[in-house]
Design a protein around this ligand. Structure first.
Ligand code: AP5
Ligand code: MG
Length: 217
């Protein structure tokens, strides 16, 4: 299965992506996570990406597309993959189609998590993440067992720097302008599946499995 997760900031791409990754034993490639890791390591890519990510702008296509193509050349992706956060505009979607077709790997299924606007802001302002193992929580919707501490590794949880209200509003604008047209790109090719992304985590996951035609294992 070659899956692309689409949805606004806060739609649950990371959360449901983690569930899918476990359920199907697939590699999940999250461009936001890769960029944040590059920024934390201080690599050349990290330096180039930092100003864009912190303002909630898209990082230039050539940087992100190369990053994804490189990752898709690794052998652990030959059985399939889950892309989270890529493609984010039509040019990226076209590059991905061209790359997959040139390497004889078939098309992707694009899964669109559709979430009400008011829910997005609440989800993002309440998100807390583990800087060490990258686990993600929410102050009220998915609280850690011990306040402020990661369930998996015990590190102090932090807020993502781009999860301030001002940057979130800008990310949502960029999403509407740049990423929403990607829905039409996949719909026109018959590759788009829509899922109601409102409600609780398990309920949404069951809906996803249903549209993918897979029962929970
Ligand atoms: P990225 O990291 O991809 O951020 P994003 O798209 O804004 O999406 P988020 O990670 O904020 O949301 P999510 O959908 O993963 O939601 P989550 O599951 O965490 O990208 C960051 C930046 O990197 C971009 O702004 C850009 O600069 C750059 N970038 C990345 N990819 C790029 C690309 N392809 N091209 C150019 N630039 C790129 O859920 C959010 C919260 O809600 C969590 O706290 C969670 O616990 C909670 N939650 C989830 N589901 C539910 C539910 N059902 N009910 C209640 N709470 C829920
Ligand atoms: Mg995410």
């Amino acid at each position: 299965m070659q899956l692309v997760l689409l949805g606004a900031p806060g739609a649950g791409k990371g959360t449901q992506g983690e569930f899918l990754e476990k359920e199907f034993s697939l590699v999940r490639i999250a461009t936001g996570d890769l960029l944040r890791a590059a920024m934390a390591e201080g690599t050349e890519l990290g330096h180039q990406a930092k100003a864009y990510v912190s303002r909630g702008e898209l990082v230039p296509d050539e940087l992100v597309t190369e990053l994804v193509k490189d990752r898709l050349q690794a052998p652990d992706t030959t059985q399939g993959f889950i892309l989270d956060g890529f493609p984010r505009n039509v040019a990226q979607a076209q590059s991905l189609e061209d790359f997959l077709s040139a390497s004889g790997r078939g098309t992707v299924t694009a899964l669109y998590l559709e979430v009400d606007q008011e829910a997005l802001l609440k989800r993002l302002t309440g998100r807390r993440v583990c800087p060490k193992c990258k686990a993600s929580f929410h102050l009220t919707n998915r609280p850690p067992k011990q306040e402020g501490k990661c369930d998996a590794c015990g590190s102090q949880l932090v807020q993502r720097p781009d999860d301030t209200e001002q940057v979130i509003r800008h990310r949502l604008e960029v999403y509407r302008r740049e990423t929403e047209p990607v829905l039409d790109f996949y719909a026109a090719r018959g590759q788009l599946k829509r899922v109601d992304g409102n409600g609780d985590l398990d309920e949404i996951f069951s809906r996803i499995l249903k549209v993918l035609g897979a029962a929970k294992r």
